[in-house]
Design a protein. Structure first.
Length: 210
């Protein structure tokens, strides 16, 4: 009798699961099926929740630990991007998260959506620059970083450091020095200070590329 009850209970649970509206995610392929009644969702509350979670995510340095937050963030920002498709912020965040997963296609797709919506949106350009920088496309990264001019701290420091690094890689040490000095004004440090001194010394000897 107990076995019969157990079977009936399992059958009811299975039937209920199949009939429920789902927010299903196939993590391996990162494909979403989101049959949701968006009118019943508090967008502001969801955005606050997503941003709070993302702020914590940004502070994590351990790569494996970071990955534990990505799926939850993708779920939230995917819903927000559907609820407000005119806001480039949500697409930028999706681009960053897909970049983190190494999914180039979806990362680029979301970055393009963000920059097409607002061509001078600094956060999207900065994040797109990071995407290209990580993959060694330095001239494309530099183009995006230039579009991100004026972005606020802490991204402004990171932007100047990346620009300085790119100019170093391209052999233009004069412009690299200018970028590093700007970064130092944002956030000073001994390593950066020594790098600036070295480049200034080279510049005084007319070794720098102009």
């Amino acid at each position: 009798m107990n076995k019969i009850k157990l079977c009936l209970l399992l059958l009811l649970i299975l039937t209920a699961n199949l009939s429920m509206k789902s927010f299903a995610t196939n993590f391996a392929s990162i494909e979403y099926d989101v049959p949701i009644d968006y009118s019943k969702i508090d967008k502001n509350a969801l955005a606050d929740q997503a941003n709070l979670l993302y702020n914590h995510f940004e502070q994590i340095t351990d790569e494996e630990y970071r990955k534990k937050y990505i799926q939850a963030l993708l779920n939230r920002y995917s819903v927000l991007s559907v609820m407000d498709p005119s806001d480039p912020f949500y697409f930028t965040r999706l681009g960053i998260l897909y970049d983190e997963l190494g999914n180039d296609t979806l990362a680029m797709s979301n970055f393009f959506k963000a920059t097409n919506l607002v061509p001078k949106y600094q956060y999207a350009s900065f994040s797109f620059g990071n995407y290209y920088y990580k993959r060694g496309y330095y001239r494309k990264a530099l183009y995006q970083y230039k579009l991100a001019a004026g972005i606020i701290s802490p991204y402004s420091y990171q932007r100047f450091m990346k620009i300085g690094s790119i100019y170093e890689k391209l052999g233009n040490y004069k412009l690299a020095l200018e970028a590093y000095k700007s970064a130092y004004q944002e956030q000073n440090g001994l390593e950066l200070y020594n790098k600036i001194l070295l480049l200034e010394d080279l510049n005084s000897k007319n070794i720098l590329y102009h």
